[in-house]
Design a protein around this ligand. Structure first.
Ligand SMILES: *[C@@H]1O[C@H](CO)[C@@H](O)[C@H](O)[C@H]1NC(C)=O
Ligand SMILES: *[C@@H]1O[C@H](CO)[C@@H](O)[C@H](O)[C@H]1NC(C)=O
Ligand SMILES: *[C@@H]1O[C@H](CO)[C@@H](O)[C@H](O)[C@H]1NC(C)=O
Ligand SMILES: *[C@@H]1O[C@H](CO)[C@@H](O)[C@H](O)[C@H]1NC(C)=O
Ligand SMILES: *[C@@H]1O[C@H](CO)[C@@H](O)[C@H](O)[C@H]1NC(C)=O
Ligand SMILES: *[C@@H]1O[C@H](CO)[C@@H](O)[C@H](O)[C@H]1NC(C)=O
Ligand SMILES: *[C@@H]1O[C@H](CO)[C@@H](O)[C@H](O)[C@H]1NC(C)=O
Ligand SMILES: CC(=O)N[C@H]1CO[C@H](CO)[C@@H](O)[C@@H]1O
Length: 282
């Protein structure tokens, strides 16, 4: 009896120690990886990131870092004068990251394909930086993503069709970039998408019929592109649409009768829309 009890006790002790060790070890590994990224920034003396030092506790003391159970959950480093790239960002070392917000900084270079390793990511916000290149198709691995905001950068190339795998997406904002090609039909898979902002890019071809499958859409902004063809009657199926902006494209024909049936539609801008304040929609 004694022996059994002490055996149970020691294995409990072992697991407790093992647990504490792995938790401590994991967060140390995450902190080291983040410090390596900080070392690549052009302005390492950035006063916002002054708290990021090897001798402090990343979970408790670091600016913009929120941790749960010793693992980094949120990196909220917006408008913090960060000048650098994402090439050394520790995408593979932050398996529990849910919220990555690096908006309003000066991050340049491309988005590495390793972004696909952040498999628990829910919010991705890189808006208002100097990011160039294409959107890596690996983004399609991030099945939990609900919000993507990469507006106001220098992205080019096509939107990868893999975007259609992101079934949890509610908001996609890629406005004010140099994205081109046609709008992918795979977007039509995103049943929960309620806001789609693609204005001010270089998209061409016609608006895919599949956009009409997005029954959760409330806001659709495709203005300032090179979209051609006629306005799809399928847009008339979007019962919850409250705003539709198509102005400044090369669309032809008249507004389909079906769009007139949209009960929720209160804002409709077509060729002549000029209210610049609406461009702030992101
Ligand atoms: C950071 O370092 C740069 C030179 O590397 C210097 O010009 C700048 O004034 C420094 N900024 C601060 C806040 O110390
Ligand atoms: C992110 O940081 C900004 C600026 O410090 C702050 O205003 C905002 O509340 C933070 N958001 C979250 C989710 O922590
Ligand atoms: C960024 O911070 C500056 C002050 O450092 C402030 O004036 C500006 O409004 C902020 N911008 C955003 C988008 O939060
Ligand atoms: C971003 O940083 C680069 C390199 O330091 C600099 O040349 C550029 O002017 C910065 N751009 C903005 C918008 O701050
Ligand atoms: C990122 O941070 C900015 C500033 O705090 C905030 O306005 C924005 O909503 C955040 N993005 C996400 C996806 O939470
Ligand atoms: C879509 O939204 C509904 C209602 O908010 C939610 O229950 C469901 O899990 C969402 N689907 C996905 C794939 O996230
Ligand atoms: C449309 O809006 C109504 C009322 O807000 C909501 O109950 C319904 O779930 C929405 N439909 C879709 C497909 O999102
Ligand atoms: C562990 C893991 O998933 N690593 C992947 C990170 O991303 C690169 C680029 O897509 C892949 O090659 C790795 O396999």
């Amino acid at each position: 009896m004694m022996m059994v009890t002490s055996k149970i006790f020691s294995s409990l002790q072992f697991f407790t120690l093992f647990y504490l060790f792995t938790v401590a070890f994991a967060s140390t590994e995450e902190a080291i990886a983040l410090l390596k990224w900080k070392e690549t920034l052009k302005n390492q003396n950035n006063s916002f990131l002054a708290s990021w030092t090897p001798n402090s506790n990343a979970c408790e003391d670091w600016y913009g870092v929120v941790s749960f159970n010793g693992r980094v959950n949120t990196l909220n480093i917006t408008n913090a004068s960060v000048i650098g790239t994402l090439y050394a960002f520790p995408f593979s070392s932050l398996p529990f990251l849910e919220n990555l917000n690096l908006s309003n900084n000066n991050i340049s270079g491309t988005i590495p394909p390793e972004i696909g390793n952040l498999t628990n990511l829910v919010y991705l916000d890189l808006n208002t930086n100097q990011i160039s290149g294409t959107i890596p198709p690996q983004i399609g691995s991030l099945a939990k993503l609900q919000i993507i905001r990469i507006f106001n950068n220098h992205l080019n190339g096509f939107i990868p069709e893999e975007i259609g795998y992101l079934r949890s997406l509610t908001k996609l904002s890629l406005s004010i970039n140099f994205l081109s090609g046609s709008i992918p039909a795979s977007l039509g898979n995103l049943n929960n998408l309620s806001m789609l902002y693609l204005y001010n890019n270089q998209f061409s071809s016609s608006i895919p019929e599949e956009i009409g499958y997005l029954r959760s859409l409330t806001k659709l902004s495709l203005g300032i592109n090179f979209l051609s063809g006629s306005i799809r009657a399928s847009l008339g199926d979007l019962n919850n649409l409250s705003s539709l902006y198509l102005y400044h494209n090369q669309l032809s024909g008249s507004i389909p009768e079906e769009i007139g049936y949209l009960r929720s539609l209160t804002n409709f801008g077509h060729w002549m829309f000029t209210d610049k304040s609406q461009l702030a929609w992101q």
